[in-house]
Design a protein around this ligand. Structure first.
Ligand code: PLP
Length: 443
């Protein structure tokens, strides 16, 4: 019972914007991840948890720029902080104290982030963490979970969730499958893929490959691979292998940092060697960071001669990003993290109770402020169990558009994130709409 969407039909402003854009930008925009035909709405402005599109529609934003806006749009303390510095220059090629202040703020809430190096994206953060792990161990290979997205660095763009199925090999021994056409075979050969939900197989593979592994890269709530936490056994297997083989544990908290005041690793009792950060720590401006204990982070120290890993970046730690990040984190204190987590619990519980009461084969997974819809009642454990059938995929796409018709923006795979301007009224809107539209669209 799919229905056609009017999500963008009749929206002249966005239609014209797209016609103009596609002449100069292949695909009209780099927003591949949020593409749907004939074109998505163009954003004109945002305030709090609302976006206004070019045609004047107000849209409740549950996508939050790929989960990066913890306080929504144009958060007044961020706007003020940006105003205060923008007139004094935006990039210097010299250090500024803004960098130190944001690093101190991150360290004071997350002690495992004893030292921090800023860069411009989560992709870079993960890449520099991997380079650091290679330098620390002298080994080439890395391990990742099947389906987990860690950005566009070649070595991690392997066996990741995509529009088409991107896996191979038996359930307990996933093969490394390149994503981008033209990925060098050597890259794939140096990426080991682990089955997230199978601790025994993770242990076997880590034992087999451990001697050549520089790092295990782990996102403890990988949104593209089900948005479910790993079983304790998988964490134990990783911990054991890291200790036995001297492998570095890299926690990718590019999204996960929003889940706990001291970082998502604290929710799982992990002590990562390196942590990749991004998204919320930039307050809505481009950002990434690698953090960790000082002895690990020393690989980047250039003051004692050539560092083991060179890390720079023309715009890394620019003043605008640093002050926006600081204003954002100051307002996202432990109480705010808890409040948002409880709001997320309420949202997921409400939706799941409604699905159960109606006997619908659907569920939402997630943790804290994050949620994702699945059109099955079977347990979601990992990438393979979360991968929708072709029919479910069409239904998910239809629900995404139906939600947009009702003025609620989620990501195209029907996941979402809450931001602090949201409260009970917005939870009510989201839960009601998602349950009704799922019911309408379900095959
Ligand atoms: N790691 C995770 C877990 C992500 O979700 C993302 C982006 O969505 C990245 C890394 C890459 O971050 P960026 O888009 O800033 O390069």
């Amino acid at each position: 019972r799919e229905r056609s969407s009017n999500a963008t039909s009749g929206l002249q402003g966005s239609a014209h914007a797209f016609e103009r854009a596609k002449r100069v930008v292949p695909g009209g925009s780099m927003r591949q991840a949020t593409w749907f035909a004939p074109h998505p709405p163009y954003a004109a402005r945002g305030e709090g948890c609302w976006i206004e599109d070019l045609d004047g529609r107000r849209i409740l934003d549950c996508a939050n720029n790929f989960f990066s806006l913890i306080h929504g749009h144009a958060f007044p303390p961020v706007v003020e902080a940006l105003r205060a510095v923008v007139g004094s220059g935006t990039a210097f090629g010299l250090p500024t104290e803004h960098e130190t202040r944001l690093a101190e703020a991150i360290r004071s809430r997350a002690p495992r982030c004893e030292q921090i190096r800023f860069c411009n994206s989560g992709t870079e953060a993960v890449m520099f963490a991997v380079k650091a792990a290679r330098a620390l161990t002298g080994r080439p290979a890395i391990a990742k979970m099947e389906g987990a997205y860690h950005g566009a660095y070649d070595h991690l763009e392997v066996s990741l969730a995509s529009d088409t199925s991107n896996w191979d090999g038996p359930d307990g021994d996933p093969a490394a499958v390149p994503y981008a056409r033209g990925t060098p075979p050597a890259v794939v050969a140096d990426t080991v893929v682990l089955p997230y939900a199978d601790p025994a197989r993770c242990a076997v593979i880590l034992e087999r490959e451990g001697a050549r592994l520089a790092a295990v890269v782990l996102d403890t709530l990988t949104s593209k691979a089900g948005m479910v936490p790993p079983p304790q056994g998988t964490l134990d297997a990783i911990r054991t292998a890291c200790r036995r083989h001297g492998i570095m544990l890299i926690c990718d908290e590019v999204i996960g940092f929003r889940l706990a005041h001291a970082g998502a690793h604290t929710l799982f009792g992990l002590e990562p060697d390196l942590i990749a950060l991004g998204k919320i720590i930039g307050g809505g401006l481009p950002v990434g960071a690698v953090a960790g204990p000082a002895d690990r982070m020393a690989v980047f120290d250039h003051t004692r001669g050539t560092p083991a890993v060179a890390h720079g970046g023309t715009f890394s730690a620019n003043p605008l990003t640093m002050v926006a990040g600081l204003a954002t984190l100051e307002a996202f204190d432990a109480a705010a993290v808890d409040r948002l987590g409880r709001l997320g619990d309420t949202l997921r519980a409400r939706i799941n109770a409604a699905f159960a009461a109606a006997g619908m084969p659907a569920q939402v997974t997630g943790l804290g402020s994050l949620f994702r819809l699945h059109l099955t009642a079977a347990p979601i454990r990992d990438y393979r169990s979360s991968y929708p059938t072709a029919q479910a995929k069409r239904a998910i796409a239809a629900i995404h558009l139906a939600m947009l018709d009702r003025g609620i923006l989620m990501t195209p795979n029907c996941s979402g994130a809450l931001s602090t301007p949201k409260g009970a009224a917005e939870i009510d809107l989201i839960a009601t709409a998602l349950v009704e539209e799922t019911e309408r669209v379900l095959p």
